[in-house]
Design a protein around this ligand. Structure first.
Ligand code: HDE
Length: 728
């Protein structure tokens, strides 16, 4: 029998959704070529012509079919989140959550619910770089026994705007400018900052966007957030508010901005490749699902509005309970069929999960199905294999473009007597969805609640919660982005807004822009005002938030005890000591890291004992920015070659500049001496110094490996930037 898949996924487990996809998988191995009508093709090389030098004949159905299909093989890319990477996996809850939600998949710890996850950037086109400064989408489709539940979140817990009606404006502002379609996948341009500087509600989100959260080291090392407040409903019909979090077990880590820009050139698919390779190698990415639960009666207990998506609930006020685990353990078979055609919708909920009146959430409920209609071409996109649930679908919806289901029977209406009144409705007690009966007593108005008008207290909370290096990166990011803005009035307006967040932030950015911080921000601060409204009614209010600092907001406080799946570069040349290579390699691999051998040229390196060591990358094809750390083994001839090799020295200099862990065999000290940071080496390589500075040189491989492993786990040594001499 022909193999069903096109890649060996022996180490990537099946689940109910993978089985559900199996009948649709096509694999050409051992098969004969046919037309789409199943006719064998004898010549796929030449079109049918009137004579060997004559015109192609209209009757050539084989040519026409092939060319027509090709001509139609593109669909519109997503209007936002066009650039994405997907993976299959499973979710398991730890304990039954019945006291807060009746959702079946959150109540059975023995159940593995299949999922498909798509990560994305927001602004760039489908082919844009992964390392753009941007929000990352984190969309999870749970194929539950009660139908599909989509948690369509981001890697930042807040959003730019409070009302969905402003979304087209926000996206028009951030996308490439309409006259010249520049810049691609970047917010550093006039229209974006023009809009932001007029919309103070975006200030909190802008702090996140200018932080290193916007340039993750890996999709596997970022948090996810549902952003809005949702509702959980239990089987008694009791509701609680809930915020969803994804906490990565590898910790939350980012790259440096200079590094991100370099990666964009060296490997624009960096995140996509990293996710794919981790799953192929069996290093399955994992996140814990966290929930913050607020009893319905506590709705008004906070100094912000739970319905305002520009606010977090600080973890100090409501702790995050970790309730289950997501594991991504299988790569897609086909990018288009799965990652491109997957259709998420915030309105795909199951019994036990419901919405709130967050005006951003409410608008999304319209947008997602609407966009799939144009993107996927019609109302039957739920039948596309990646989108269909693992449970059967029965209703009276019929026909439409590309309908797959063959609905049998005469009746497609309800009530009916001719078909036994089937399909039958389902009582709530038997699993039928019922909407939460929220009491509403209000006038129909186009208004924003005054409880949404504090735009700065949580922006300040975020800034105050950052470590010094993180604060510096935020200052640098604002200075970079506003520096790319050509209209000085926009820069000044933004400085006015920043001065309301933190004076030191505003003045540091102003310095870099060669401007003064305005005494008073331009009035009115909020320019997003209805025509008939009094601008005074729409101005920000100033709130002293009850939480001043929150550890969870800083990446400095993240998990730093693992080097699993970290990529370590070994720089070697002919004459290398294979002992010095192998001992450290073995120690790193034992901790789950990936080692790549980099040499002046591809092929093999011949060691000092004439052993052949295969080379993974040359100094031309590799670059320091693609690795987490670098090691230079010993071997007299090898180190002499590397010392004289400008690219090898540059590799180390760049690793230092980007604050990465660096190790060298004592014999290789001369290579380190050729770098510019040789002057900055610590006095000795005690564990304390290695953990502070991230550099270890030793003649003892075991000692070196142990310290190097601890240093890599630290991720970065941002303190190196302290005198702000290292332009990371
Ligand atoms: Fe989306 N968003 N969004 N969004 N969003 C889309 O749907 C929209 C928002 C998010 O990998 C679109 O299928 C509106 C917040 C992700 O396929 C579109 C508003 C959050 C993805 C759409 C928002 C998100 C999308 C475009 C303001 C985090 C990619 C393509 C009210 C909680 C999903 C598509 C994937 C995609 C509309 C705001 C997350 C146009 C109107 C807030 C992760 O329907």
């Amino acid at each position: 029998m022909a193999k069903k898949t096109n890649s060996d996924k022996a180490n990537q487990p099946d689940n109910d959704k993978i089985k559900n996809l199996a009948p649709d998988i096509e694999f050409p191995g051992g098969q004969k070529m046919t037309t789409n009508q199943g006719v064998f093709i004898s010549d796929d090389q030449n079109s049918l012509k009137a004579g060997d030098r004559g015109a192609t004949l209209m009757e050539d159905f084989i040519f026409r079919e092939k060319m027509t299909h090709f001509d139609h093989e593109r669909i519109p890319e997503r209007i936002v989140h066009a650039r994405g990477s997907g993976a299959h996996g499973v979710f398991k809850v730890y304990e039954p959550m019945g006291d807060v939600t009746r959702a079946h998949f959150l109540n059975d710890p023995s159940l593995e619910t299949p999922v498909f996850v798509r990560f994305s950037t927001v602004a760039g086109s489908r082919g844009s770089t992964d390392l753009a400064r941007d929000v990352r989408g984190f969309a999870v489709k749970f194929y539950t026994q009660e139908g599909n539940f989509d948690l369509v979140g981001n890697n930042m817990p807040v959003f730019f705007i409070q009302d969905a009606i402003k979304f087209p404006d926000l996206i028009h502002a951030v996308k490439p400018e309409p006259d010249n379609e520049m810049p691609q996948a970047a917010s550093a341009h006039d229209t974006f900052w023009d809009f932001i500087s007029l919309m103070p509600e975006s200030t909190h989100m802008i702090m996140w966007l200018m932080s290193d959260r916007a340039i993750p080291r890996s999709l596997r090392m970022m948090e996810g957030f549902g952003v809005h407040t949702f509702r959980f409903i239990n089987s008694e019909g009791k509701a609680s508010f809930v915020k969803f979090h994804w906490k990565p077990l590898l910790g939350v880590h980012s790259v440096a901005w200079d590094e991100a820009q370099n990666i964009s050139g060296k490997d624009p698919d960096f995140h996509r490749r990293d996710l794919w390779e981790a799953i192929e190698s069996g290093a399955f990415p994992e996140w814990e699902l966290g929930v913050q639960i607020v009893p319905e009666e506590d709705e008004f207990k906070f100094d912000f509005d739970l319905l305002d998506s520009t606010k977090i609930i600080p973890e100090e006020l409501v702790p995050v309970q970790r309730i289950g685990k997501l594991t991504l353990n299988r790569n897609p078979d086909n990018f288009f069929a799965e990652t491109e055609q997957v259709a998420f919708h915030i309105g795909h909920v199951v019994p036990g999960i419901d919405f709130t009146n967050d005006p951003l959430l409410q608008g999304r409920l319209f947008s997602y199905t609407d966009t799939q209609l144009i993107r996927l071409g019609g109302p039957n996109f739920h039948e596309i294999p990646i989108n269909r649930p693992v449970v059967p679908i029965h209703n009276n919806q019929r026909d439409g473009h590309m309908r797959q289901a063959i609905n049998r029977g005469k009746t497609s209406y309800s009530p009916n007597s001719l078909g036994n009144n089937d399909p039958a409705q389902v009582k709530a007690a038997d699993g039928g969805f019922t909407s939460y009966m929220e009491r509403i007593d209000a006038r129909k108005v186009r208004q924003r609640s005054a409880s949404f008008f504090d735009h700065f207290s949580q922006a300040r909370l975020f800034f105050n919660s950052q470590s010094d290096p993180e604060k510096n990166h935020i200052i640098d990011a604002f200075t970079f982005e506003l520096g790319k803005v050509k209209t000085v009035a926009i820069r000044k307006r933004m400085l006015g807004i920043l001065s309301l967040v933190d004076k030191s932030l505003a003045s540091a950015v102003a310095y870099g822009l060669g401007l003064e911080v305005p005494q008073e921000p331009e009035k009115p601060i909020n320019k997003s005002i209805p025509a008939d409204a009094n601008p005074d009614d729409y101005q920000p209010i100033h709130v002293e938030g009850s939480v001043k600092e929150s550890a969870a907001l800083s990446m400095a406080d993240t998990v730093k005890d693992t080097i699993k799946s970290r990529k370590i570069a070994f720089l070697i040349a002919d004459g290398v000591s294979e002992k010095s290579v192998n001992a450290v390699k073995k120690a790193l691999i034992a901790e789950g890291a990936v080692v790549e051998i980099i040499a002046p040229k591809l092929g093999f390196v011949v060691s000092e004992n004439d052993e052949q060591i295969p080379v993974d990358e040359s100094l031309l094809t590799a670059a320091s920015v693609l690795y987490d750390a670098v090691y230079v083994p010993g071997g007299t001839n090898s180190v002499a070659s590397l010392e004289a090799e400008a690219d090898a020295v540059h590799f180390l200099n760049e690793a230092f500049k980007h604050c990465k862990a660096i190790a060298a065999d004592e014999q290789a000290i001369q290579v380190i001496e050729a770098t510019y940071f040789s002057k900055k080496l610590p006095e000795d390589f005690s564990e304390e110094n290695v953990l502070a500075e991230g550099i270890v040189v030793s003649d003892n491989a075991a000692d070196l490996s142990a310290k190097f492993i601890k240093a890599i786990a630290q991720h970065r040594f941002w303190e190196r930037e302290k005198p702000r001499k290292v332009p990371a």
